[in-house]
Design a binder for this molecule. Structure first.
Ligand code: NAD
Ligand code: ZN
Ligand code: ZN
Length: 369
């Protein structure tokens, strides 16, 4: 392993002086403050680590939450970002699945593969991992990133694959599939409602079609996203800002409601909508990150044989999803609307932060260095 050499810092300002051991990164400096600046290039700190040179990364809705200060675990000085693809630059002595030069998908979830939760396939609760990248440790909106437990937290990219499309496998596709479609137990012939047509709701829409539901009704307040959803396979759409979503869905389902309601927004109104439109025997699958408590209407639901599920994405389905992308059963590239160079990341945040106006879904940042 390389000796631990840190780059020089300016004694007065504390700023890192650019050297061969520095890189550029997007750094969080408290709510509303971020900058593209020099940071020490990451080094191996455990034999299970890998250093990955970022090729492509993206911005997640969760990063916008971080930037607003909604995720207090993220502290001043943190490099954020938890999605991307890259090339292995260096591996620790005990990494056996990867070597320098390999192209990899970086999972948003870090997992040791050995602890009690990992053995159950619940990587999100790994005792030495979980969602730490761009949260508790430095993340992927940088030229290089250190990935702990590399053997289990990275996935090899097959030769000739469209790497840009595979950035969608770091987080949003497994999230829509695991938390929405699998937990919601979508079955052939089902009527499925997906509340929220953001990248995660659209990922649920793409992967729900593996199970040939009869109808997929998309609900959002943004007509552009609803139009996109129609081209991705939604059979019906409801704009809940301009029409009464409950009445509309009840009339679309002969007053019965839907078999599966997937919540992909993360606010009380949308979870309550799921409770209103669920048919007897139905599944409400929550995906959204909720910051406020939501009323559970057991007075209506107690007799309706409803299942409600919650989940932090585990990314255990990444290899399966990769096969479906390779076989062209789903085309995640459709989710990419904008391209920037990695050093234009601040501009990319402005575009992604004004998603409705900019008609943005996922933005791709490419590291040209
Ligand atoms: N459970 C997990 O592991 C996990 C992982 C990743 C993301 N998430 C969460 O999933 C959710 C969706 O993520 P995203 O990136 O698609 O977010 P996003 O903000 O891009 O999309 C949310 C969509 O909801 C729509 N919306 C807002 N208010 C609405 C309302 N009242 N009625 C109907 N639609 C409404 C918006 O127009 C937007 O299209 C977020 O809460 C995110 O934090 C959860
Ligand atoms: Zn994310
Ligand atoms: Zn573990």
């Amino acid at each position: 392993m390389e000796a631990l050499v840190y780059p020089e810092t300016d004694k007065k300002s504390g700023e890192v002086k650019p050297t061969a051991k520095t890189m550029k990164a997007l750094v969080y400096h408290g709510p509303g403050k971020k900058s593209w600046e020099d940071k020490p290039k990451p080094i191996l700190t455990a034999p299970t680590d890998a250093i990955v040179k970022i090729l492509k990364t993206t911005i997640c809705g969760t990063d916008l939450h971080i930037m607003k200060g909604d995720v207090p675990a993220v502290t001043d000085g943190r490099i954020i970002g938890h999605e991307g693809v890259g090339i292995i630059e260096e591996v620790g002595n005990s990494v056996s699945n990867f070597k320098k030069g390999d192209h990899v998908i970086i999972s948003c979830i870090t997992s040791c593969g050995k602890c009690e939760y990992c053995k159950k396939g619940m990587y999100s609760h790994c005792e030495d991992g979980g969602w730490i990248l761009g949260n508790l440790i430095d993340g992927t909106q940088a030229e290089y990133v250190r990935i702990p437990h590399a053997d289990n937290s990275l996935y090899p990219i097959p030769a000739g694959a469209d790497e840009e499309a595979l950035v969608m496998l770091s987080d949003i596709l497994p999230t829509g599939f695991e938390c929405g479609v699998l937990n919601g137990q979508v079955k052939p012939g089902d009527i499925v409602a997906i509340v929220g047509a953001g990248p995660v709701g659209l990922a649920a829409l793409l992967t729900a079609q593996f199970y040939t539901p009869a109808e997929i009704i998309m609900i959002d307040q943004d007509d552009n996203r609803l139009d996109v959803a129609k081209t991705f396979g939604a059979t019906k759409s409801v704009n809940s800002a301009s029409e009464n979503a409950i009445d509309k869905i009840m009339s679309l389902t002969n007053g019965k409601g839907v078999d599966v309601a997937i919540e992909a927004v993360g606010i009380p109104a949308t979870f309550e909508l799921c409770q209103e439109i669920i048919a007897p025997g139905g599944h409400i699958a929550n995906i959204g990150v909720h910051g406020k408590s939501v009323t559970l209407h057991l007075e209506n639901l107690w007799s309706k044989n409803i299942t409600i599920t919650t989940r932090l994405v585990d990314t255990v389905t990444t290899p399966l999803l990769l096969k479906t992308v390779q076989a062209k059963k789903i085309e995640p590239k459709q989710l990419i609307t904008h391209h920037f160079r990695l050093d234009q990341v601040i501009e990319a945040y402005d575009t992604f932060g004004n998603a409705a106006k900019e008609k943005a879904l996922k933005v791709i940042l490419t590291n040209d260095n």
